[in-house]
Design a protein around this ligand. Structure first.
Ligand SMILES: *Cc1c(COP(=O)(O)O)cnc(C)c1O
Length: 398
């Protein structure tokens, strides 16, 4: 028998849960794309997007996902033959590096393992060794969605400065924007990329690149720039209004406008606090399960755990069985273990992830934790007691 009928919860780290308000905002006829209310709406959104990123500078909106945003950032900053340094804390530093490599950039990787954040001292050393300053940019993933580690962005900026190196700092906030504290200007970030379908609660399909004037100067001689990806015209109101590099993504824009309105209503700091508290509820539950069982948080140090997603490891390879159970029996879809072991390798089944980004609240978190506990019982996976009370206590104390 399945108890999965009823409203389901897609608890994967993106696409995230879309609010009804966002879904309803798209339910309308196509607007005039050459003038009128849509254009005014986008102007408001551009200001809101700058606020969410903590920047007074520029934002370009693309039709594309996170991979497209990576490519857009690369195209505007690099020339063929340039060097870059990618800081790897899971899967996404590898992905961004590979995209740049395929575009003709020579990318070095600094790997920090799968359970710890970037060590800024190593970044400083690597840059100090680049005496001729050939490294054009450092690529950093704020929250690696595969490992659920969060790195200290300001510390990486300080490491670049300590080495006296002119490299740009480019940050992937695809998993963290709208979930975790991020301050682009205060933290000295030159380029930041994000996408619509995670903390921004909008269907997949919009990619964003924020950039400051230093990055804009770098762009002037970037020979990887192509017409579609060029961020210049996208920040000039007239071009944007008329062409958006082609037809505007009308319904995605309606959805995003509603999501940004919701973010404004709740307040960014309140949103960060909500995510931090819900993440702590998840950790508290997992710590109880793990006290007498074979399940643990991937990131041992709470100070470095993401607030948007939690990666878990199980000693026996039954993460996949658990995910199947929660989806088919209880209506909760958990995230696969990404990049922790090769797919197909039996070890791969020993990892899974809980997405808690964007439109999530206490009852959803208690629901997902209760369902995981039911799955552990049903599948006779050894686990400690008291997980739900521990999570409830974290929520009660908020
Ligand atoms: C989801 C994600 C990506 C990739 O985004 P897509 O929209 O799937 O292309 C890149 N980086 C991080 C940190 C992500 O979480």
């Amino acid at each position: 028998m399945s108890l999965g009928f009823g409203r389901t919860y897609l608890a994967i780290p993106g696409p995230s849960v879309m609010p009804d308000r966002v879904l309803n905002a798209m339910h309308r006829a196509a607007p005039n794309i050459y003038g009128g209310p849509l254009h005014d709406l986008v102007e408001v959104m551009r200001t809101q997007l700058r606020t969410v990123a903590g920047t007074r500078h520029h934002v370009a909106i693309y039709i594309g996902n996170g991979h497209a945003a990576w490519e857009a950032a690369n195209a505007n900053v690099f020339s063929r033959g340039d060097r870059a340094l990618s800081l790897v804390t899971g899967q996404f530093g590898l992905g961004w590096a590979e995209a740049a490599r395929q575009m003709g950039v020579a990318v070095d990787e600094l790997d920090f393992g799968r359970r710890t954040p970037v060590d800024a001292a190593r970044v400083s050393e690597a840059l100090a060794a680049d005496r001729d300053h050939t490294i054009r940019a450092v690529l950093l993933t704020h929250v690696d969605t595969a490992t659920s580690v969060r790195s200290d962005v300001a510390a990486v900026r300080a490491a670049i400065d300590a080495a006296g190196h002119p490299a740009l700092l480019m940050v992937d906030c695809i998993a963290s924007l709208g979930c975790e504290e991020f301050r682009m200007d205060d933290w000295g970030v030159d380029v930041m990329v994000a996408a619509s379908q995670k903390g921004l609660m909008t269907p997949p399909g919009l990619g964003f690149v924020w950039f400051n004037d230093r990055a804009r100067e770098a762009c002037a001689r970037a020979d990887l720039r192509t017409p579609y990806w060029d961020w210049g015209p996208r920040t000039e109101t007239e071009f944007f209004h008329q062409y958006f590099g082609g037809t505007a993504p009308t319904h995605h824009l309606y959805a995003l406008a509603e999501a940004l309105r919701m973010i404004e209503e709740e307040g960014l700091e309140a949103i960060w606090t909500r995510h931090a508290r819900l993440a702590r509820a998840v950790w508290a539950a997992v710590e109880c399960w793990g006290a007498e069982g074979a399940i643990e948080l991937n990131i041992p140090d709470a100070a470095h755990r993401a607030h948007a997603v939690t990666a878990l490891r199980m000693q026996s390879p039954n993460g996949t069985a658990l995910r199947d159970w929660t989806e088919t029996r209880a209506g909760v879809t958990l995230g696969i273990g990404l990049g922790m072991a090769p797919m197909g390798d039996p070890a791969w089944h020993g990892f899974f992830r809980i997405g808690h980004m964007g439109h999530v609240n206490a009852h959803m978190m208690m629901g997902v934790l209760g369902v995981i506990e039911a799955g552990l019982i049903a599948l006779r996976i050894p686990h400690g007691e008291g997980a739900l009370s521990a999570a409830a206590r974290v929520i009660a104390e908020a």
